[in-house]
Design a protein around this ligand. Structure first.
Ligand code: FAD
Length: 325
């Protein structure tokens, strides 16, 4: 019996959300009196995989097959299922990401496992029941879910737990093959088009996000958002109406019908804070709202609020960030 953690990698590095997932898996393993093994997917370097020891992982399995560098649902599912069988994993932990939730549902069918997505806390065992807490209704409510099947799959929401950092600990990296056939790659994308990102940070993974709404008045003013984002090393985002009228590209739109982000810092500039917008940003660690209307609903969700005109506040804020270095 063991815990298997699915670690997503990109450009040689382990994604931040997967560091949290690894730490989650290690803590579950410790509570169950077993060890946590990781299976890495995507483009990974040996050094970055070995450093997963800092998050409490003892062993990392990695298949260096070139076609696995990009997400392929069928192949990833078979690879992870094979690793779960080899390790006799009772609990499989993955990120509540596009990859994690797509693969998680397929794995649940293949392994006849219980699946809980959007999980926000470590599990607890009460009266023999294995219980996880998950967010519901766009983070407005929580529910406790009992995972009944012997095998359990948990998709952990980003920023729900702190990543462990046991400096100097290393994991053993082992090559692993699931004997994948060409048919396992039948759903491979023909071409992957990377969307241009301000600051070079993909929005779903960004640690800091500066976002603009209709209060920015027009695309000609977006340099104010970009200047602050550049000074902070942040990605840029926008509200839905902004992308609907083509002020910004659609891949920057966050919210219920757009991308969900969970950065450490989300700065909302001229955004009212409609429930559909909040649904995509309310798991951010710190929310800063700049709005000239003191009654704007976003202030209720804010950790820090600035009542003011974005055209006055943003240049000053950018200048202050630059001065602080
Ligand atoms: P507005 O509501 O027009 O707000 C602009 C804000 O800017 C105001 O609060 C105003 O006080 C402030 N402002 C104006 N001028 C200034 C200034 N000079 N300085 C400072 N502040 C200023 N929206 C999303 O964002 N994401 C979604 O995914 C999404 N999905 C939706 C799904 C459905 C089914 C529906 C019905 C709606 C959805 N919406 C979504 C739209 C959502 O309901 C809101 O209409 C939208 O979020 C409002 O965008 P906004 O805050 O940019 O604009």
């Amino acid at each position: 019996m063991s815990v298997l953690v699915v670690v997503e990698c990109d450009k040689g590095e382990v994604k931040k959300s997967s560091l949290e997932v690894a730490s989650y898996g290690a803590q579950v393993a410790q509570a169950l009196g077993t060890t946590a093994t990781a299976i890495a997917v995507g483009e990974a370097s040996e050094a970055s995989l070995a450093s997963l020891g800092e998050q409490g992982i003892s062993k990392v399995l990695y298949d260096n097959e070139a076609r696995l560098k990009e997400f392929v649902n069928g192949a990833y599912t078979k690879l992870i299922a094979a690793a779960a069988e080899q390790e006799q994993a009772q609990v499989i932990v993955l990120a509540n990401s596009n990859i994690g939730t797509s693969v998680g549902s397929r794995l649940a069918v293949r392994l006849q496992a219980s699946l809980a997505t959007n999980v926000v806390e470590l599990p607890r065992v009460e009266g023999g029941n294995f219980i996880v807490k998950r967010g519901a209704y766009s983070g407005k409510a929580f529910s406790d879910v009992v995972l009944l099947n012997d095998r359990k799959i948990i998709a952990v929401k980003k920023n729900s737990i702190e990543a462990l950092h046991n400096a100097g600990q290393t994991a053993q990296v082992q090559s692993f093959s699931a004997q994948l056939a060409d048919t396992d790659f039948a759903d491979a994308p023909k071409q992957v088009i990377m969307q241009e990102q301000t600051g070079g940070v993909p929005l779903p993974e960004a640690d800091k996000v500066v976002s603009g709404g209709r209060g920015m008045k027009g695309p000609e003013n977006w340099h104010l958002i970009e200047d602050l984002a550049k000074a902070l090393g942040a990605a840029t985002a926008c509200s839905k109406p902004v992308s609907d009228v083509d002020w910004r590209p659609h891949h920057e739109h966050v919210g219920q019908t757009g991308i969900t982000v969970s950065p450490n810092l989300y700065i909302a500039c001229g955004i009212s804070g409609a429930i559909q917008h909040l649904a995509g940003v309310n798991s951010s660690k710190v929310i800063v709202v700049i709005n000239k209307d003191p009654e704007a609903p976003f202030f209720k969700a804010a950790d820090y609020g600035i009542v003011g005109d974005v055209f006055d506040v943003l240049p000053k804020l950018t200048q202050a960030v630059k001065e602080l270095g």
